[in-house]
Design a protein around this ligand. Structure first.
Ligand SMILES: *[C@@H]1O[C@H](CO)[C@@H](O)[C@H](O)[C@H]1NC(C)=O
Ligand SMILES: *[C@@H]1O[C@H](CO)[C@@H](O)[C@H](O)[C@H]1NC(C)=O
Ligand SMILES: *[C@@H]1O[C@H](CO)[C@@H](O)[C@H](O)[C@H]1NC(C)=O
Ligand SMILES: *[C@@H]1O[C@H](CO)[C@@H](O)[C@H](O)[C@H]1NC(C)=O
Ligand SMILES: *[C@@H]1O[C@H](CO)[C@@H](O)[C@H](O)[C@H]1NC(C)=O
Ligand SMILES: *[C@@H]1O[C@H](CO)[C@@H](O)[C@H](O)[C@H]1NC(C)=O
Ligand SMILES: *[C@@H]1O[C@H](CO)[C@@H](O)[C@H](O)[C@H]1NC(C)=O
Length: 328
C-alpha cells in the first residue's frame, strides 16, 4: 500500500512539473537537493544541484526530450541515461565521472559536453556507432593516455576538444585523421604530449581517402612541431605530401624544439611555390593558413620558416664565401 502511495505522489509531482513548464518556472524539484528544474517541451535543464545527484530523474515526457543540461550536478555517470534515448544534445559538464563506460544507447546524440568531469578512463567501445555525433568536448579531464581507436566509428564527427586533459600519449591518431568530417582537434595544454608516429603506408592510405581540396582541411592545435608530427618520408611523393599539407594547412603546430633539416625545407619550399603558382584562388587560401608560418630552429637558436624559399636558400644553399651548409 505504501509503495503505491509513493508512486502516485511521484506521478503527481512530475505531472505538476510538466504543467508548469510553459511559463519557464523554476521549482526545487528533486527531494533532498537544491536543484532547480527548467522543463520545456523538448529540453530539460537542472541547475544548482551542487553535486547532489547520483542519477538523472526521469520525467514523463522523457521520449520527447532532445536536450539535457545538467552542470555541476552528478556524482557519477547516470545509470538512467539510456532512458533519454532521443537526446541529441547532452551537457553534463563539470560533474564527477572518472569513468565513461558506455554511451552507445544514445543513438541520436549530436553534441556531447563532458568537459571538466575528472574523467580518467573511457571504455574502448563507449562511443561506438554514435553516427550522428558532431561535437565532443572532453577538455579539462585527466585522460593521460588515450587510444584514438575510441573515435573510429564517429563518421560525422566535426569537432573534438582534448585540451587540458593531462595527455601524455595519443595512439592510433591516424584513425582520427581518417574521419572525413573532422575539422578541429584541440590538443593544447597537454604538456608532455606525444603522438605515435604514422607509417608511410598509413599516410598513403590516408591521402587516398582525402579529397584533394582546401575546404576539407583540418585544424589541429597542438604543442608538437610539424616536423615531429610529419616526418618528411623519402618514399612519399610530392603530390601526396602536397595533399597532406593541404589537409593540415589550418593546423597550428609549435615553432619550438624542431631542428631545421635542409632536405625537409627543400621539399616544403618547392611544394609551397608550386601551390602558390597554381591560381589566384589558391593564393587567397594559403594566405591565412597557419601551417605556412611554421618554423624550425637552427643551432644558433635562430628560427626559420619551413615553407619559405628565402630562408631555405639562406640556410641550405652553399654560398660562394665562407660557411657551407650541405643540402642533404
Ligand atoms: C541547500 O542549500 C543550503 C543553503 O545554501 C545548504 O545549507 C544545504 O546544505 C544545501 N543542501 C544540499 C543537499 O546541498
Ligand atoms: C562545454 O561546457 C562548458 C561549461 O561547462 C563550456 O564552457 C564549453 O563552451 C562547452 N563546450 C562546447 C563545445 O560547447
Ligand atoms: C577547448 O576547450 C577549452 C576549455 O577547456 C577552450 O578554451 C578552447 O577554446 C576549446 N577549443 C576549441 C577549439 O573550441
Ligand atoms: C587501441 O585500441 C584498439 C582497439 O581496441 C586495439 O586493437 C589496439 O591494440 C589499441 N592500441 C593500443 C596502443 O593500446
Ligand atoms: C591554439 O592554441 C593556442 C594555445 O592554447 C591558443 O593561443 C590559440 O588561440 C589556439 N588557436 C586556435 C585557432 O584555436
Ligand atoms: C610561429 O611563428 C610565426 C612567425 O613568428 C607565427 O606567425 C606563428 O603564430 C607561430 N606559431 C605558434 C604556434 O606560435
Ligand atoms: C590573378 O592575379 C593577377 C595579379 O594579382 C591579376 O593580374 C590577374 O588578373 C588575376 N587573375 C584572375 C583570373 O583573377
Amino acid at each position: 500500500m505504501h509503495r503505491f502511495h509513493y508512486l502516485f505522489l511521484i506521478v503527481v509531482v512530475l505531472y505538476l512539473l510538466s504543467c508548469s513548464t510553459s511559463n519557464g518556472n523554476s521549482l526545487s524539484c528533486i527531494p533532498n537537493t537544491n536543484c532547480s528544474c527548467y522543463f520545456e517541451e523538448t529540453s530539460f535543464i537542472l541547475s544548482d544541484c551542487d553535486y547532489a545527484l547520483p542519477d538523472l530523474p526521469i520525467p514523463k515526457n522523457v521520449e520527447q526530450l532532445t536536450k539535457i543540461i545538467v552542470q555541476k550536478g552528478l556524482t557519477r555517470l547516470p545509470h538512467k541515461l539510456c532512458s533519454y534515448k532521443n537526446v541529441q544534445s547532452l551537457d553534463l559538464s563539470e560533474s564527477y565521472f572518472e569513468i565513461i563506460t558506455d554511451l552507445t544507447c544514445l543513438h541520436q546524440l549530436k553534441y556531447l559536453n563532458i568537459s571538466s568531469c575528472k574523467i580518467r578512463w573511457i571504455n574502448h567501445n563507449a562511443l561506438n556507432n554514435l553516427n550522428e555525433l558532431k561535437t565532443i568536448d572532453l577538455s579539462q579531464n585527466q585522460l593521460v593516455k588515450l587510444n584514438c581507436s575510441l573515435f573510429k566509428s564517429l563518421t560525422n564527427l566535426v569537432s573534438l576538444n582534448l585540451s587540458s586533459c593531462k595527455l601524455e600519449q595519443l595512439t592510433n591518431f591516424d584513425l582520427l585523421l581518417s574521419l572525413s568530417h573532422l575539422r578541429t582537434i584541440d590538443l593544447t595544454h597537454n604538456e608532455l604530449l606525444t603522438i605515435d608516429s604514422i607509417s608511410t603506408r598509413t599516410w598513403l592510405h590516408l591521402t587516398s581517402k582525402w579529397f584533394n581540396s582546401w575546404e576539407n582541411s583540418l585544424a589541429i592545435n597542438t604543442s608538437i612541431s610539424f616536423t615531429t608530427f610529419f616526418h618528411n618520408k623519402n618514399d612519399i611523393d610530392q603530390s601526396d605530401i602536397k595533399n597532406i599539407i593541404k589537409k593540415l594547412s589550418r593546423s597550428i603546430f609549435s615553432n619550438s624544439s624542431s631542428l631545421c633539416n635542409c632536405r625537409d625545407m627543400f621539399t616544403y619550399q618547392r611544394i609551397f611555390n608550386n601551390i602558390r603558382l597554381e591560381s589566384n584562388k589558391t593564393k587567397a587560401f594559403i594566405k591565412d593558413r597557419p601551417l605556412f608560418r611554421a618554423m624550425c630552429s637552427i643551432t644558433t637558436g635562430e628560427r626559420l620558416y619551413l615553407f619559405n624559399i628565402k630562408n631555405y636558400k639562406q640556410y641550405c644553399l652553399p654560398t660562394t664565401t665562407s660557411t657551407m651548409v650541405s643540402m642533404f
